[in-house]
Design a protein around this ligand. Structure first.
Ligand code: PMP
Length: 403
């Protein structure tokens, strides 16, 4: 049923662009009608600010906003809804942890570990914290195929390490990292670990309680929800110990001209009027996803990726970047003598939407000694016919540039 014509009808974008071959879901997913309608419905029938109003509309909206928190908690297996902080996205979630959790604990000479395949969002916040404190950011190596070197990681976990931050699924390489083992290894040394789940939450079953990670982050727009909303999961003990990152309305307990006391987590991290419609939309996105078996989604997307790889590998003068043992439905590739931007431009004229560039992983491009890749990424509305079309068009590009 995924990828079929009738399934695609749930996504209005394909009615407005009947010929669109959308292969850029790692950048953002398309939105199902029920999410779009849910947001429209909220603004048309339910709009009010939360937490402050006493009238019915405000009380109902507050109740709905908070019920989504419980929904998120269940969706990712958090023990308690107070461990769910609404943010504007993965980037904001990671910045919050770097600022409020790590910085106060970090001292000169300490170390923070990230992997060689991190998105800039899970690299620069730690880099900045290390620079401020005279600490060192160390990079867990990967092999040429894109597998994390677990033996090297184990050796790097010294008493100097104050934090590990690692991506669950690489947006560039498609690698599914062995986060269970990485979390366990960090914890054996008493080191907290954050998992960047931006690419995994849409199509991997996530259970933060059994994973036992300290923090987990994801973005609404990559799980069929709206932009501008995301989640930070943090263990209750960590969130309780962390100071707020932003200050203002809705995050306080008491305020005088001289001083303020703060609300408990998660409210102390949600200053000001938050993205209420975004939260409502996120709730609908989770309802949408919960209709399906997460394992079935993961398998479908993985199989599309494997099919695309197989077909692309049959072409000459094409190299796939990212050949890890465990991977999902993302394929990065480079063509000999054709720049990825030219590939994306040509494919764009055939209504095929792919991404070309460094994918916010510039150091990873340096590792592979390439400036950029073309990247096709798949989701539940894609199908094999679209991949066949992609491959045919790539053949066309190759013959055009061969002339
Ligand atoms: N991490 C990964 C692996 C990503 O793919 C992305 C988005 N491309 C991010 C972090 C950042 O997510 P956002 O832009 O939604 O904050």
């Amino acid at each position: 049923m995924f990828g079929t014509k009738s399934f695609r009808q749930q996504f209005p974008i394909f009615q407005h662009h009947p010929n669109l071959v959308y292969l850029d879901s790692a950048a953002t997913t398309q939105k199902p009608k029920m999410v779009i309608d849910g947001i429209t419905n909220f603004y048309q029938k339910e709009n009010a600010n939360i937490h402050r109003g006493i009238y019915d509309l405000a009380a109902q909206t507050t109740q709905k906003y908070e019920s989504v928190r419980q929904k998120v908690a269940e969706f990712i297996g958090a023990k308690h809804q107070s461990e769910i902080v609404y943010t504007s996205g993965t980037t904001a979630s990671i910045n919050l942890v770097a600022h409020s959790f790590l910085l106060p604990r970090l001292e000169q000479g300490d170390e923070v570990l990230v992997s060689a395949m991190e998105h800039h969002a899970n690299l620069i916040p730690w880099q900045m914290a290390c620079k401020q404190k005279g600490a060192h950011l160390r990079v867990i190596p990967i092999d040429q195929a894109g597998n994390i070197d677990l033996a090297a990681y184990k050796k790097m976990l010294s008493a100097k390490v104050k934090m590990v931050a690692v991506v669950h699924i690489s947006n560039t390489l498609a690698t599914i990292n062995p986060i269970e083992a990485m979390i366990e290894m960090a914890h054996q040394k008493g080191i907290p670990i954050l998992i960047d789940g931006a690419q995994s939450t849409a199509h991997s079953p996530i259970d933060v309680a059994s994973l036992d990670c300290d923090f987990f982050t994801f973005s609404g727009h990559k799980i069929f929800g709206p932009t501008g909303i995301g989640v930070l999961y943090g263990k209750a003990t960590h969130l309780a110990a962390m100071s707020p990152y932003q200050f203002g309305g809705d995050m306080i307990r008491t305020v005088t001209y001289q001083d303020a006391t703060y609300a408990p987590a998660p409210q102390k991290f949600e200053a000001g009027t938050t993205n209420i419609a975004g939260v409502i939309g996120l709730g609908h996105a989770i309802d949408f996803l919960q209709q399906f078996d997460k394992k079935a989604i993961a398998l479908f997307v993985k199989e599309l990726g494997a099919y695309a790889r197989e077909k692309l590998l049959s072409l000459n003068d094409l190299t796939i970047i990212g050949n890890a043992q465990h991977k999902t439905g993302i394929v990065s590739f480079v063509l000999n003598n054709v720049h990825p931007h030219d590939v994306a431009t040509f494919l764009g004229t055939a209504n095929i939407a792919i991404r070309a560039g460094h994918h916010c992983t510039q150091p990873l491009m340096d590792f592979y000694e390439i400036p950029a890749t073309s990247r096709a990424s798949f989701s539940i509305y894609n199908n094999r016919a679209e991949i066949d079309f992609l491959v045919d068009e790539i053949k066309g590009i190759q013959s055009f540039f061969a002339v």
